[in-house]
Design a protein around this ligand. Structure first.
Ligand SMILES: Cc1ncc(COP(=O)(O)O)c(C=O)c1O
Length: 428
């Protein structure tokens, strides 16, 4: 693809395809190989010392995966992307590339339950402290930063309450504190609904399992480097300093604006090993070709479903960022195309038992822990995604026993509404 900046819809189909590699094939080829032949010992040595780019071993690189990474970087407008085997590994590699034992990161009060657990347990066990801001206001993040802070970390839309924080305000805090601003943009759908780089983010992570894949057929995660952070501020000797793993090579001097994403690959992926399979990279590329169409339709259906639920007598409350009574209504309007994502939550009247009956009466919506699938998904956070949380943490995350999260799929909205109607009839 030439350098002309095509629109998102065009980039999602064309970016990353190299007709030379594909032998003229219309789509990306799948390279099911673990390793690559070296041309000579000298060639191998150059690849290993990072003085020449090229494939060594699929844990680090694969032509199918590279095409997918190029497409993701093009969609986000980043200088580079790295594909991982899951969203969780994208988060882990990002944070451990930035922080080491004794360092801390400052994170948002609303986070996906899995992220919260990784931060609270696994990172703590690695000696990295995660300080959770007491409120969503930028000042609350600023108050927790000190000289060992290595990132400010938020989600562009919090899971499951759909809180949208003030990305611009938080980017300003990160800038003032001279730390990278990292945004989990899973709900922003590869930048189609929300692109955090437009608002000052430095690094984006995205669970590709969701809207990027779009059909629930594979796990994946990506890290995208905005190439807009100055690593030469003395805080990141692992990037701007002699590299332990590469005979003192300075990654910032060698790779410039792309130093962070190179670091994630050559240290993170090399040592932690959570690479995607080439087949999964292919599925992600295929999913991306229709992302804008799918997401647009899903958002439209979300409005219909949310409005229907809001007017239903058995519903206590609907929490949808598209509605004016949602605390994040203004931020969603500012940061999200269409002012919303394809997810909302509904709190039913009644009890845990009646909520379970409603879920189990669904004929179309799949009862799963998933979002961004072409099938509409209904999730009960209290018994699934947020089950490990304490009562106090559940309350802080806004998770009650009758709360349900709905991720709209691609079925006809009328069929979904009729199905909800019969499920409500099963609840007295
Ligand atoms: C906002 C967010 N971030 C990260 C993840 C983790 O991604 P994965 O399930 O691909 O590991 C999820 C999963 O639901 C998520 O919702």
């Amino acid at each position: 693809m030439n350098n002309k900046k095509y629109r998102f819809e065009t980039r999602q189909i064309h970016a990353g395809l190299d007709p030379k590699i594909e032998n003229g094939s219309r789509g990306v080829g799948i390279f099911p190989t673990a390793a690559y032949r070296f041309r000579s010992c000298d060639h191998a040595a150059k690849l290993f010392e990072l003085s020449e780019a090229g494939n060594i071993y699929t844990r680090l690189q694969n032509p199918t995966t590279s095409a997918y990474e190029e497409r993701i970087a093009a969609l986000y407008g980043g200088v580079g992307a790295l594909a991982l085997s899951s969203g969780m590994s994208a988060i882990l590699i990002t944070v451990t590339a930035l922080a080491k034992q004794g360092d801390n990161i400052v994170a948002a009060p609303y986070l996906y339950g899995g992220t919260y657990n990784q931060f609270r347990i696994s990172l703590r066990n690695l000696g990295i402290e995660v300080r959770i801001a007491q409120s969503e206001e930028p000042e609350a993040f600023a108050a927790l930063c000190d000289e060992r802070t290595k990132a400010i970390y938020v989600e562009s839309m919090g899971n499951p309450t759909c809180a949208v924080l003030d990305l611009e305000g938080l980017a300003a805090v990160a800038k003032a504190k001279d730390v990278p601003f990292v945004v989990d943009n899973t709900f922003g759908a590869a930048g189609y609904l929300c692109n955090p780089f437009d608002w000052g983010a430095n690094i984006v992570v995205d669970s590709a399992t969701k809207w990027i894949n779009g059909h629930g057929t594979a796990m994946g995660g990506v890290i995208v480097d905005g190439g807009n952070y100055n690593w030469a501020n003395g805080k990141f000797p692992q990037i701007d300093g002699p590299s332990e793993g590469y005979h003192g090579l300075n990654l910032y001097e060698a790779f410039g604006a792309a130093a962070f994403i190179v670091k994630c690959r050559v240290d993170g992926l090399r040592d932690l090993g959570c690479c995607p399979s080439p087949f999964d990279a292919y599925l992600m590329m295929l999913g991306l070709e229709t992302l804008s169409l799918r997401v647009k339709q899903e958002v439209e259906t979300t409005w219909r479903l949310a409005e229907y639920c809001r007017s239903h007598p058995k519903v206590e409350r609907v929490s949808f960022v598209g509605f004016e009574d949602h605390p994040s209504y203004k931020n969603a309007k500012k940061y999200y195309r269409f002012g919303s994502s394809a997810v909302f939550t509904v709190e039913l009247k009644g009890t845990l038992e009646s909520t379970v009956r409603f879920v189990e009466a669904q004929q179309l919506a799949a009862h799963m822990t998933m979002i961004g699938d072409s099938i509409t998904v209904i999730t009960h956070p209290a018994s699934t995604t947020h089950k490990q949380l304490s009562e106090a943490d559940l309350k802080a995350a806004g998770v009650t026993p009758t709360l349900l999260r709905i991720s709209a799929g691609l079925e006809h909205a009328d069929d979904l509404i009729e199905d909800f109607e019969q499920a409500f009839a099963c609840v007295e």
